[in-house]
Design a protein. Structure first.
Length: 255
């Protein structure tokens, strides 16, 4: 079983896998696709239980290993020997883990503010959060601080699409994602093993992420960092800067 994915662009340039974050969807990249499609072919994937993707009942489908296998299957379907990967937030953790597992398949890695990738959380806390989602259902999802309905700085058209897509989210899949995916997403101790060019696009207005930004920049060999006046969803609220940084990175690497 594969998550839903879409290929954008005009049939030229390398493929770029785009993986959104928790409670988001393909709309995460709405302000980036036109610009990126000028130099690459964006491949937008939606996490299990999000957007148009299925919500498997089997918890094993939510393991990091299963996601990495799914990314590899998508790459094979596209007949791409190698490609680029970019992850936002929760998706940043998956992109980093993919880069660590399959360095031979990545020409370059891009990620944005991702606390889940760079910090550990207590498994008991993960279980508490998952249980709250199970008990609260859709109302519980909508009460979460990170639900797009609470966003205050997103452009109206992007927020409307994110909120509409959030209505498609399966609460039981979110609980499984917390229990299974999130507890195995941490990659902070392995950043030194990233063997390909890496770009971190940092939303400097998210204060809690800045110590992690510094740690990642120091740990990743040759890492490039683009610090932008944005927050957690830096690719949206600093879209032009994000697009310039990514396009520049692709050009430097040789897209």
């Amino acid at each position: 079983m594969l998550p839903h994915f879409e290929v954008h662009g005009r049939g030229r340039g390398p493929f770029l896998l785009l993986v959104h974050g928790f409670l988001s969807s393909r709309a995460q990249w709405r302000l980036n696709l036109d610009a990126l499609a000028e130099v690459c072919r964006p491949v937008v994937v939606e996490l299990f239980g999000h957007g148009r993707s299925p919500a498997p009942a089997d918890p094993d489908a939510y393991t990091v290993a299963a996601y990495l296998a799914a990314f590899e299957a998508i790459r094979a379907q596209l007949d791409a020997e190698c490609w680029f990967a970019c992850g936002q937030s929760f998706g940043g953790g998956l992109a980093i883990r993919y880069a660590l597992a399959h360095p031979e398949r990545l020409r370059g890695l891009i990620f944005t503010n991702s606390v889940s990738a760079l910090s550990r959380l207590d498994p008991a806390e993960m279980e508490r959060r998952a249980t709250l989602i199970e008990q609260g259902g859709r109302a519980g999802l909508e009460s979460m601080r990170i639900h797009p309905r609470h966003a205050r700085r997103l452009p109206a058209e992007v927020k409307a699409e994110l909120v509409a897509d959030a209505a498609l989210i399966a609460p039981e899949a979110i609980a499984r994602s917390i229990r299974v995916t999130r507890t195995d997403l941490y990659a902070g101790d392995d950043l030194h093993r990233l063997a390909m060019p890496v770009l971190l696009v940092n939303g400097r207005n998210e204060a809690a992420f800045q110590p992690l930004r510094d740690r990642a920049a120091a740990a990743i060999p040759g890492a490039k960092v683009a610090d932008l006046e944005g927050g957690h969803s830096v690719n949206i609220d600093a879209a032009e800067g994000f697009n310039r940084a990514v396009i520049g990175f692709l050009g430097e690497v040789g897209a």
